[in-house]
Design a protein around this ligand. Structure first.
Ligand SMILES: CC(C)=CCC/C(C)=C/CC/C(C)=C/CC/C(C)=C/[C@@H]1[C@@H](COP(=O)(O)OP(=O)(O)O)[C@]1(C)CC/C=C(\C)CC/C=C(\C)CCC=C(C)C
Length: 356
């Protein structure tokens, strides 16, 4: 493993942190027996790895209090692996969706994503480029069922947000088109984390795959509904155009931020779609290893509550941001726990069609 300085943004030479330079090779001045040398290297490697995981935890906590909180219910092994996955996803997202990325421009985004994919291959070959990649490479070693496909698919999803690239889409005509995007940028996270979360006795990863995917898609639809105004400011509309037409909402109305009955009907329609995916995801909770259930059930509740906040904000997602307060998140924990009990009482796969 040939370490390089860790840089947050994959291709760009920014925010280098010399203090994280990894140097596990011993100094040539050191006159030590080969065995001692080996032991020393291995101790240094272990320390680098511990530090790398610690940093992944810190980064997860800074960027997503919700997911970080979820991981506090996990064992050390699961928690550190999910942090490493989180950091990889966050860095991938930042290549196209950070102020620096916007400043560097679309061409640079596409180049950086290409380099990022090559780095991903290296992680899978056990040759991580920096300490944060090292954490993911180690997680992959510990959880051999981790599959590279969803990681590659997420990169494709980011390319769908990269102007000028052949995958780029500035608009989505149908839900089926948007679903591909939602799978790539969010459904993939379900597939990435599933082998770490693990399944309970009697269920296979294959059986849990569909609900895991559904949860990522539900989260992404929720994000899209929360961010309609913010995206419009960047000239972007993710809502399917044929849904806009169905409810008599024009693109211009979105850019002008007008909330009328047509817009309310459109949002209600999309909210129902998101709820359908949340329902599908809920059926997967009993399939998960017991220690993973509360984290997933509570993240599900917290994200789903954003939909209720949109309604409480009278559908004005142009001027009001729908978010769940810290105290509300906390208060949702007992309900999430009850969800787990209720789901365990039902045969897995059976869906309840009421909304909670
Ligand atoms: C508790 C737990 C297991 C958490 C997983 C944490 C994880 C690895 C998250 C990665 C998130 C990430 C940075 C993705 C990059 C692309 C992206 C931004 C996607 C959106 C996430 C929301 O993040 P945020 O609110 O910070 O978004 P903004 O940047 O503000 O726009 C997504 C909506 C995707 C999130 C998707 C998931 C966490 C997948 C959920 C599915 C499971 C954990 C599988 C559960 C299994 C069953 C059987 C139900």
């Amino acid at each position: 493993w040939t370490p390089v300085q860790e840089s947050w943004s994959c291709g760009a030479s920014v925010r280098r942190r010399p203090s994280f330079r990894l140097s596990i090779a011993s100094s040539p001045d050191e006159q030590i027996a080969p065995q001692q040398d080996e032991r020393r290297r291995s101790l240094r490697y272990e320390k680098e790895l511990r530090d790398a995981y610690r940093r992944c935890g810190e980064i997860t906590k800074i960027f997503s209090k919700t997911f970080y909180f979820g991981t506090t219910f996990f064992s050390e092994a699961k928690k550190t692996a999910v942090w490493a996955i989180y950091v990889w996803c966050r860095r991938t997202d930042d290549i196209v969706d950070s102020p620096l990325a916007t400043m560097l421009g679309a061409e640079r985004m596409a180049e950086d994503l290409e380099k990022w994919e090559a780095r991903l291959d290296k992680i899978w070959q056990g040759e991580p480029t920096d300490s944060l990649d090292l954490a993911l490479a180690d997680a992959k070693r510990r959880y051999p069922e981790l599959n590279i496909v969803p990681y590659k698919d997420m990169i494709k999803g980011m390319l769908m947000d990269t102007p000028g690239h052949e995958f780029y889409q500035s608009r989505y005509n149908t839900w089926e088109d948007l679903e591909v995007y939602c799978y790539r940028v969010a459904g993939t996270v379900g597939l990435m984390t599933l082998p770490v979360l693990g399944t309970s006795n009697g269920y296979t990863l294959e059986e849990a795959r569909e609900p895991a995917l559904a949860l990522g898609i539900a989260f992404q639809i929720t994000n899209i509904l929360r961010d309609v105004g913010e995206d419009a400011l960047r000239g972007r509309i993710y809502l399917p155009l044929d849904d806009l037409h169905k409810f008599g909402v024009s693109e211009q109305q979105i850019f002008d931020g007008i909330v009328d009955q047509n817009y309310v009907n459109l949002l209600n329609y999309e909210i129902e779609r998101a709820k359908h995916y949340y329902e599908k995801a809920r059926t997967g909770i009993p399939m998960l290893a017991p220690e993973a259930r509360l984290a997933v059930a509570s993240s599900l509740r917290v994200y789903k509550a954003i939909l209720d906040k949109i309604v409480e904000n009278e559908y004005d997602n142009f001027r009001k941001r729908a978010y769940v307060s810290k105290i509300d998140k906390f208060l949702m924990l007992p309900a999430a726990y009850l969800d787990i009990l209720a789901e365990s009482d039902r045969p897995a796969g059976e869906s309840r069609h009421e909304h909670y």
